[in-house]
Design a protein around this ligand. Sequence first.
Ligand code: NAD
Length: 259
Amino acid sequence: ESSLKNKVALITGAASGIGQATAIQLAKAGAKIVLVDLNDRRAETTEEQIKQLGGECIFVDTDVADPQRVEQAVQKAVEAFNTIDIVFANAGINGTVAPIEDLTPEQWDETLTTNLKSTFLTVKYAIPHMKQNGGSIIITSSINGSRKFSGFGMSAYSSSKAGQVAFAKMAALELAQYKIRVNVICPGAIETNIGENTFRQPEVEKIQIPVVYPEGSQPLEHGPGKPEQVADLVMFLASSSSSHISGTEIFIDGAETLL
Ligand code: NAD
């Protein structure tokens, strides 16, 4: 815990759910916290809680989809605490849940901008303040952006979350020269306020999940894969055929996690 003493952590979506819990935990571990969120009332509650714990904390009311405001939030963080060591790019919405043919371009943009462009903006404006001493960037994606594309009507959400995974990997590559680490977390269902906060006009009655594959089966095989199929992959990874593959994930599961 003491390793976070006096580290400066900028956390987006810090007024609720995962961001709020993280802000409190990091503060308990001695970090100075910059709370970034839209929601004054809940952000103030978080700020009070952290101060009651004896932690140092500021709240910056910011729409993370707005470049100027993200840049200002980073400036305020540096004015308050001189530097930034940790960035948790976590703010996000579910957005409109609708079949693709009913989803409007504006609804698509809202989800992509709030979840994905915001991640780019948060990281972009923090970099100049992290380059000298290095640091750690953590991005909240979802299992629905990496493993389990099962949210019917959530094409925009899953696209934004998958984009975050790709962005995190590119950022990790680019920023390694500055000793800035970038990692992405992919939670499954977590009990937060995201449903009540951010579902827009759910059209769930139009969304029907076809029951084609029984629970726990693998779509490709209608049963488990074979050891020999796994051995093929191990052979590939052990050989010079894969000499340029590193830092990636390969799933071998007959598409089981897509159910
Ligand atoms: P939440 O709604 O409880 O918290 C999200 C916070 O982000 C809210 O305080 C909200 O005000 C803030 N926010 C939304 N849009 C913003 C904007 N434009 N500018 C600034 N702040 C904004 O939800 P949560 O579940 O804690 O979500 C956090 C992250 O976790 C999201 O990226 C979400 O996609 C991801 N996630 C959640 C779950 C889950 O089951 N809850 C699963 C996988 C991933």
